[in-house]
Design a protein around this ligand. Sequence first.
Ligand code: RTP
Ligand code: MG
Length: 148
Amino acid sequence: IQGHSMTIERTFSIIKPDAVAKNIIGEIYHRFECAGLHIIAAKMLHLSQEQAAGFYAEHKGKPFYDNLLKFMTSGPIVVQVLEGQDAIRRHRELLGSTDPEKAQAGTIRADHAISVTQNAVHGSDSAESAAREIEFFFTEDEICPRTR
Ligand code: RTP
Ligand code: MG
């Protein structure tokens, strides 16, 4: 088990506007649950330009930045905190590569993404990102840790 974290982690996830529009929120939640990831906080919202720019500050200046903001503010999203063993890596594995053309068969992006921009789900890429992103969208009292 070396190289595999046995610690319970939290990660941050967004069902992006393309997937909400396709009515596959439940299908995506089902994949999280089947992988042992527990939804411990969730809400639907429509990002403002300012919120999207704040969340994606790390990508400012990149060639895809303007398109990304336009897309992420184009419709409602669902944000959630997922908890489970090795949650950050496990969630990213469920997503597959950013580009659906390169994503492994059976991943969420291979099955559902429309393009490299409209790629269904966001997932934190490190413990540092997860902590920052959870705090960006949720207050501590909005997170409901498991009790059994
Ligand atoms: P995410 O942050 O959404 O989980 O995706 P990621 O780590 O796989 O990709 P990242 O490099 O962080 O990029 C963030 C999002 O920007 C859009 N993007 N478009 N070449 C492009 O047109 C391009 N590259 C990235 C995608 O929506 C990507 O998920
Ligand atoms: Mg990323």
